[in-house]
Design a binder for this molecule. Structure first.
Ligand code: GLY
Length: 254
């Protein structure tokens, strides 16, 4: 069964890390309600949602995608380039240990889950401020015995690889080509985000449905016209914390 691990929103969310966005006030109650709607959206798509308690000392802890990568055989606890977030990992590791054997990456290599886009046995990993070549190499070495191919992708002007592109099924990527070197992804078909929605490339594929923020209606419309089934969720308060819909869950089969 498709299973998602999520985490409740911390009251401290407004103190989140920001790299490319200007800080704006965040309404905690609204963010919490939107996160619940996001969880309900996953449930409506047949996903079993396991919601962990908030980690109040960690403003970004709701973004569970970054401390871990869950594959069919194992889960990887990442080193996290963002030092202030490293304390999020332990309780997530405890939760994941119920579902997968764990591998823990080792510092000083840096890697965050938001930089990892999985398509079958291929893992594309963004080189960002949070993930470095040593992190990519270590991940490749750890995953080689399981048959995964790991390929680095150069990024520019965005936080994570999945800020720049997401796998949306049918051999297609939803993409903002301005944010990355497309060459390593040449075997996929590209669906470009709408020109006035540069942040719209982050989408979560759940079975055959593309979940994306309602803040990007032009891109949703493009996807629908291209034949994709789209489900929109209002996550405007969470977007202010420099997140996307992939960040707020770890999705895997169990
Ligand atoms: N606020 C999300 C992050 O920077 O990790």
């Amino acid at each position: 069964m498709l299973t998602a691990i999520t985490r409740e929103v911390s009251r401290s969310l407004a103190d989140c890390e920001l790299t490319w966005l200007q800080r704006e006030p965040i309404d905690f109650e609204k963010a919490r309600a939107q996160h619940r709607q996001y969880e309900k959206c996953l449930e409506a798509l047949g996903v079993q949602v396991i919601s962990l308690p908030a980690l109040e000392s960690y403003p970004d802890a709701v973004f569970v995608e970054d401390p871990a990568i869950v594959l069919d055989e194992i889960a990887v606890i990442t080193t996290m380039g963002c030092e202030s977030r490293r304390g999020e990992r332990e309780s997530l590791a405890e939760a994941l240990a119920a579902f997968r054997p764990l591998i823990r990456m080792r510092n000083p290599a840096k890697l965050e889950g938001g930089d990892v886009m999985r398509i079958g046995k291929d893992l594309f990993v963004g080189l960002s401020a949070r993930t470095d070549p040593a992190g990519v190499q270590q991940l490749a070495e750890e995953l080689n015995p399981y048959g995964y191919r790991v390929t680095a992708v150069e990024l520019r002007d965005c936080l994570h690889l999945k800020s720049a592109c997401s796998f949306i099924g049918d051999g297609c990527l939803l993409i903002n080509r301005a944010y990355l070197d497309t060459e390593p992804l040449r075997n996929y078909r590209f669906v470009d985000v709408a020109p006035d929605e540069p942040a719209a490339a982050n989408a979560l594929l759940v079975d055959r449905t593309v979940v994306m923020p309602s803040a990007f209606p032009a891109t949703a419309n493009l996807l629908q016209k291209a034949g994709f089934r789209v489900r929109e969720v209002d996550v405007t308060e969470l977007l202010k914390a420099e997140s996307g819909v992939t960040c707020s869950s770890l999705l895997f089969d169990f």
